[in-house]
Write a protein of this length. Structure first.
Length: 520
């Protein structure tokens, strides 16, 4: 890389991301677009971003948080985590709008921070997928099995594993349509559960009296967790919610990972990001508020840890009322030569099928939940994913801060020169970086209390810290990389790419579509 007369980074020839010049209309802007198909439309990416805020953490994990923190602790924990996560989403969206590549922050780390960080966070994200997919399959299987008790969990685990593999190796357009459809189903489910919760709380179920905020008064706003009396015990109970919420919000940033497969990413990625906070309030905070009103924090079922859907607060509430009833990152790593070139292979549909098959090898981990210790296994998965998620969010904030100060050093006005500039920066990134770092370091605090040591909890809470540092410094030692200087970042170069390749303006919502708050 050489520097121009203004001291700004200027790649020699084609840049490291394979930018093709000179500009030719309808030609691929980045080299990888020759292989990956841009089949995701605005409604696809919007709904993928929305579906990313609704997961099994809400259906199963929220009960664990309610038992540990109480109703007010549960709501505050999810609300504060949602505010912090919104800053992360804004940060990654600004970077992706400028450099829309598959792998998003993994690729951004290469050019705006250090190739060693790109290697470390890339493989850390692959590890996350290998752990989180079995966790999601496990949770989904126990939820389904609750309504179909005559069918073994193994059947549902197998079916869902096949569906996940299948949807990831077909046309990206088909993948988008399936994600869109499942997102609609998830939204319908959560809206239905919210309505059910309101009916239960307001006395709309026969034989059920009006609850209101009865459970906020008795057993109380907070829970004295870990057997510690007084305000300290209540605070520690509240603090446990953050790790739980991190699992619930995990993957909320992944809508940016498919930027190279998204039509008009410089418009659609920011649109999705700007709506995240409203969706967090609408779906998560409202949902946990309803949960806190219809399930007492001292419910015996919450403490049973059965490992099945009976632990879901919505199921508990229904019974009390008497009612019966990661693959694109691997591709990006291979593009940066941080993974074998084998992962660059795509099928005739433009899908990186080798990446999909590699991650699929870890799906059988979900079968661990078939044992009597299913609840324990799910707890391990949840803690591992939560810690990994926190590391990812910390890294995104760190990359963005380097980029932000690179813009200042090079005299670039973010608001007028970038395709899109997020708000409340750099404060949002700084608060996210410091807040999530604190949560990560204290995630397994309970094991340090007298008589409460637990090797599994310690491992699942802190394994990711030596992993990310080992990957980072190991790569630096082997490859001799260095942190990219603020003056060396090719920010101006990518601004020029955006200016030379304007996107077609997305049509504004008209007529009834103006009432659509989901993807217009």
């Amino acid at each position: 890389m050489s520097l121009n007369e203004n001291g700004q980074g200027k790649p020699e020839g084609d840049d490291k991301f394979g930018f093709q010049s000179p500009f030719i209309e309808d030609a691929p802007v980045f080299e990888e677009e020759k292989d990956l198909k841009r089949g995701l439309k605005q409604r696809h990416i919007q709904m993928i971003a929305l579906a990313g805020t609704i997961g099994t953490g809400l259906f199963l994990g929220s009960g664990r948080a309610l038992a540990a923190a109480g109703p007010l602790g549960l709501v505050l924990g999810y609300l504060l985590t949602g505010v912090l996560v919104s800053g992360v989403v804004m940060s990654i969206a600004e970077l992706t709008a400028l450099v829309p590549l598959t792998g998003s922050y993994v690729r951004h780390a290469e050019v705006f921070f250090d190739p060693a960080l790109s290697f470390a966070i890339g493989w850390n994200t692959v590890y996350s997928g290998c752990v989180s997919i079995p966790a999601e399959i496990t949770a989904a299987a126990v939820l389904i099995s609750f309504w179909t008790t005559s069918v073994s969990n193994a059947v549902w685990i197998t079916i869902m594993a096949i569906l996940i593999i299948g949807t990831n190796v077909f046309f990206i357009r088909l993948y988008g349509e399936l994600e869109f459809t499942f997102a609609i189903l998830k939204i319908s489910l959560i809206v239905g559960l919210i309505i059910m919760g309101l009916c239960i709380d307001l006395g709309g179920v026969a034989g059920q009296h009006r609850l209101g905020f009865e459970y906020w008064r008795n057993p109380g706003l907070f829970v004295q967790d870990l057997g510690i009396p007084g305000s300290l015990g209540r605070f520690l109970g509240f603090w446990t919610v953050f790790s739980n919420a991190a699992y619930a919000y995990s993957s909320i940033e992944t809508f940016a990972a498919a930027a190279a497969e998204t039509q008009n990413p410089r418009q659609n990625i920011p649109k999705a990001a700007k709506r995240v906070f409203a969706r967090v309030l609408l779906f998560y905070v409202l949902s946990v508020l309803i949960i806190s009103m219809i399930v007492p924090s001292n419910s015996a079922t919450l403490a049973n840890k059965t490992g099945n859907a009976a632990e879901s607060p919505f199921v508990i509430a229904a019974r009390l009322a008497g009612i019966k009833g990661t693959t694109r990152v691997l591709y990006g790593l291979a593009n940066e030569s941080h993974a074998p070139k084998l992962f660059l292979f795509t099928n005739r549909f433009g899908i990186p099928y080798v990446c999909v098959l590699f991650v699929s090898l870890f799906m059988p981990l979900a079968y661990m939940s078939l044992q009597s210790s299913a609840s324990t296994v799910f707890g391990w998965f949840q803690d591992l994913v939560a810690a990994n998620t926190l590391v990812t969010w910390i890294t995104i904030c760190l990359i963005y801060l380097r980029f932000y100060y690179g813009c200042k050093r090079q005299g670039i006005n973010r608001k007028t020169e970038l395709p899109w500039a997020s708000v409340f920066q750099p404060y949002a990134a700084w608060i996210g970086f410091l807040g999530f770092s604190l949560i990560l370091l204290t995630g397994g605090f309970s094991v340090f209390l007298r008589g409460r040591w637990d090797t599994e909890t310690f491992f699942s809470s802190y394994f990711n810290i030596p992993l990310i540092f080992g990957l980072y410094f190991g790569y630096k030692v082997v490859r001799g990389t260095r942190v990219v200087g603020l003056d060396e970042m090719p920010i101006r170069h990518y601004i020029n790419i955006a200016n030379q390749n304007p996107e077609k303006k997305e049509p504004k919502a008209r007529g009834w579509r103006r009432l659509n708050v989901l993807w217009w």
